[in-house]
Design a protein around this ligand. Structure first.
Ligand code: DAH
Length: 344
């Protein structure tokens, strides 16, 4: 067959080809588009073509080559879509789907949600605020001016080269934000994360969570505080729970107290957890110092209130028998998966 009819037969072959498998497509590609394709030798035949037809013959070979390329692309597309259709046809809709791996709530969230739930039932609403604070909200407005020894009660993380901003060391900061922006009656709880420059060990961490509470209105008294805390303890630790208040000091409350809940002294663990007293310290509290009210734009002659603040991790540790606070922050699935069935 001469070169011209050979080219013609290739053109026909390409135009009429149809196929069903990707193997056939690959054969087609090798034959007409591969590095040793059938069209290549035709170029060396150009010299045997009469001179006035050579140019046209060359153009025709290129046109056939282009045709092969186009055919290849369209065959590839239609093969792909027919394979997809095949896949869909073979789909077994009665097969069970892949299992969905449900997450579980973090133990800190479980305890936090429980505390929120208890207080929201008596009219407290949630207030949250920033974790990077200024001195005013973390200290000054809370009756802890510069050089006040109470600033050393916590080792604060300051922002480098700044010293006027810090990671908040307590959620009491949220009290200030709320009082600055709204007038009483105020009844809020503020869950959130706080930071302190503490050596990380089984018992303490440089980050943990607190829930802060604040109630400001006319004629709020220490009795209201005590009853609110008793209600909380009974909801949290059972209807028989007993609390005691020990005088203490916080710069933002006067008088201030530390609250213990009776834990019991039956087991060896009870002795260890309560240091042999049977009582467990759960929070700090007090009547909001008039200076704090004034700093936040609330008239202390008209209003009074109480505040309290508690750590979450310690309570979660006691509740679930966790002996190392670091567990909360390591995201070890073997630890977290144990809280799967606990829902609050
Ligand atoms: N902010 C205190 C702390 O981090 C806890 C606290 C104590 C909060 C007494 C209060 C309070 O609102 O009245 O140790």
């Amino acid at each position: 067959m001469d070169a011209i009819s050979q080219l013609e037969s290739y053109r026909e072959e390409i135009e009429n080809i149809s196929m069903e498998t990707s193997e056939e497509l690959e054969k087609f590609r090798i034959k007409f588009l591969g590095s040793k394709n059938q069209l290549k030798p035709l170029f060396s035949e150009i010299k045997n073509i009469p001179p006035n037809s050579r140019k046209e013959f060359g153009q025709q070979i290129n046109a056939v080559k282009k045709l092969a390329e186009e055919k290849y692309q369209s065959l590839k597309l239609s093969l792909e879509s027919s394979e997809q259709i095949k896949e869909i046809k073979n789909l077994d809709l009665t097969k069970p789907g892949p299992t969905i791996n449900l997450g579980s709530r973090h133990p800190v969230s479980l305890v936090m949600n429980r505390i929120i739930d208890i207080f929201s039932r008596i009219g407290f609403s949630i207030a949250e605020n920033r974790e990077i604070e200024d001195e005013w909200h973390n200290f000054t407005a809370l009756n802890t001016p510069e050089n006040h020894p109470a600033r050393d009660m916590t080792d604060t993380y300051y922002i480098k080269n700044d010293w006027t901003h810090m990671l908040r060391s307590q959620t009491s900061t949220v009290q200030v934000h709320v009082m600055e922006s709204q007038q009483p009656p105020i009844r809020i709880i503020s869950p959130g994360r706080v930071y302190r420059n503490e050596t990380v060990s089984a018992r303490s961490h440089c980050q943990f969570h607190q829930v802060e509470g604040l109630y400001i209105d006319k004629d709020v008294s220490f009795v209201d505080l005590k009853n609110t805390l008793l209600y909380f303890a009974r909801e949290m630790y059972g209807p028989e729970a007993k609390i005691r208040l020990r005088p203490s000091y916080f710069p933002f409350t006067e008088p201030s107290a530390e609250v213990d809940v009776y834990w019991g002294l039956e087991t060896e663990a009870d002795h260890r957890i309560t240091k042999g007293t049977g009582w467990l310290e759960i929070m700090g509290c007090g009547m909001v110092d008039p200076n704090v009210l004034e700093n936040c734009g609330i008239d202390p002659d008209e209003y009074s209130g109480f505040a309290f603040g508690m750590g979450i991790e310690r309570q979660a540790m006691r509740m679930y028998g966790i002996t190392d606070i670091r567990m909360f922050f390591e995201n070890d699935m073997r630890f977290l998966n144990q809280f799967r069935s606990v829902s609050i």
